[in-house]
Design a protein around this ligand. Structure first.
Ligand SMILES: Nc1ncnc2c1ncn2[C@@H]1O[C@H](COP(=O)(O)OP(=O)(O)OP(=O)(O)O)[C@@H](O)[C@H]1O
Length: 246
């Protein structure tokens, strides 16, 4: 049987009498690339924050990397990586300083940080930029570096909140090559995106509408079920009934 690294049962978060996340249930398998889709305001960020141990659910259950989201938030944080557009790297530290800072925070040994950061710099082709401040790098490079830093401590799961926003399709494609490589190495990838071409790259996708998971399957099966030619069309058919969002 497949190892499940996220198990989520009727997970709920309400703010007063508003249910931002309303009884969502799903499992994510080890090494899977799991796309977490939904229109603006559907509840993705709220759900992701609970799964990352950053906020307490109102009700329901979930375990992430085997740890309970109510009682073991610190263990969750140590065993995951997280990257979002809002929180990623320190712009006023250099490339190398960012790698060693985050490596250190996640408990990677100094010697290993040194060895592996050299490797990483080579892989990313950043040999000439190691002493540059991250703030000076183009957005696409920042995102690739932020992803590499988020998985530097070899977490069980990496959570990516719209990781490729604002960059060109070629750079997004290169970013996804990195995601595939991480998944091949056994890291589970939980990713939100608004780009439907990226949804096609996921093994399975869940689509949230107004706080609920309305559909969950592989891109192929979803297209079949909704008699759609593209994920764009699936998404539109599901999300057009949404009451929230812009
Ligand atoms: N702290 C809060 N207090 C009250 N309402 C909140 C709070 N946080 C989020 N919400 C509301 O919950 C709903 C879900 O928000 P959330 O940010 O999770 O959506 P999202 O799917 O991530 O949207 P987006 O794609 O725009 O980031 C929204 O209507 C939002 O206004």
């Amino acid at each position: 049987m497949e190892e499940k690294v996220i198990i989520c049962k009727e997970l709920t978060k309400s703010f007063g009498d508003f249910y931002a996340v309303n009884k969502i249930s799903f499992d994510v398998n080890k090494g899977e690339i799991f796309g977490f889709l939904g229109a603006n305001g559907a509840g993705k960020t709220t759900a992701m924050r609970m799964l990352c141990g950053l906020s307490f659910p109102t009700s329901g259950e979930a375990t992430v990397a085997g740890f309970n989201v109510y009682k073991q938030q610190d263990s969750i944080k140590k065993n995951i990586g997280y990257m979002s557009q809002k929180f990623s790297l320190y712009e006023n530290l250099t490339v190398l300083e960012n790698i060693s800072f985050f490596g250190g925070v996640y408990g990677v040994r100094k010697k290993e940080i040194k060895e592996r950061s050299e490797e990483l710099i080579q892989t990313l082709g950043l040999q000439n930029e190691t002493k540059k401040l991250v703030g000076e790098l183009p957005l696409g490079w920042k995102q690739k570096l932020a992803f590499s830093v988020a998985i530097f401590h070899k977490p069980k799961i990496v959570f990516l909140d719209e990781p490729t926003g604002g960059v060109d399709p070629l750079t997004r494609r290169q970013f996804w090559d990195m995601i595939y490589k991480a998944a091949d190495e056994g890291i589970t990838v939980f990713v939100t995106t608004h780009y439907m071409d990226e949804a096609e790259y996921c093994n399975r996708i869940s689509i949230m509408v107004d706080g609920r998971v309305e559909a969950l399957d592989s891109p192929g099966k979803l297209k079949e079920r909704f008699s759609a030619d593209s994920m764009d069309e699936v998404f539109y058919k599901l999300a057009r009934g949404a009451k929230r969002g812009e």
